[in-house]
Design a protein around this ligand. Sequence first.
Ligand SMILES: [Fe+2]
Ligand SMILES: [Fe+2]
Length: 302
Amino acid sequence: MKDNLANLGQLLADDKESLAKRFRALFTLRNIICPESIDAIGKVLINDESDLLKHECAYCMGQMKDPYAIPYLVDTIKDEKQHPMVRHESGEALGAIGRHTDEILSLLQKYSKHHVRELSETCDLALDRLKWYNESNGDKNPESSSPYNAVDPTPSYPDSMPLKELESIFLDENKSLFERYRALFTLRNIGTPEAVAVICEGFFGSPSDSALFKHEVAFVLGQMQSLDSVEALTRKLADLEENEIVRHECAEALGSIGKSEIIRKYLDDKSRIVKESCQVALDMADYVNDESQFDFLSNKAD
Ligand SMILES: [Fe+2]
Ligand SMILES: [Fe+2]
């Protein structure tokens, strides 16, 4: 086990390896929750050249929910040289771990006023989630009722809420992101073609709408893997004016739906994040299209 961990850590940190292999190593490490695996992920989070891989490291740390990861995440949020997407994912991971000490609270408060919009919005969301939880006097579950195997950044509303009401909250750019995210996760949980159509509309609001919001829309569409979203995801990926965080998430969503032919067109994209997302998305598409491809690392880690 220790040898396997060391090998996986080496593979994850090896920038001569393909990103697809490094991602597979990361996903295997994520399932082995111990200080050694978190150190291996943390090292890459702090030092690597690929912002895409780094943001995935932060995401995995949040999903592992082990407070041992907190110092790595705090350092990343504070580091002005880190890419906004990496800092955002670190903030969200802190929220997913859910240890709100005074130090973390004051960090979230401080960075909720930061000029990097993706970072300030993430910290605002985490603070709103905590407020929601505290107001319930502990009788609400801070975990959402996600049917997916992931910790959502906000809770959802009850599934019985009418679609029209959810739609109007979701698309209202004057509402808080916390409310719009809640509507988004509820629409996802409802999961009908009508709900998918409303979610896709989230991409096409005003030009000043939040990139963070749109990237979450793409992320959720990737979770849902609905063919009904392919057109909207393709349109957003093709929009070169769009924030690379949004385009990156569209590429990965198309990968999880198995759409290799669309992703291939962006393998030389000007944005490194989008280009690398397409490399990883192609690997995901292979996996979706052929289950037998993905086994080598999960076997190795036993
Ligand atoms: Fe994110
Ligand atoms: Fe992402």
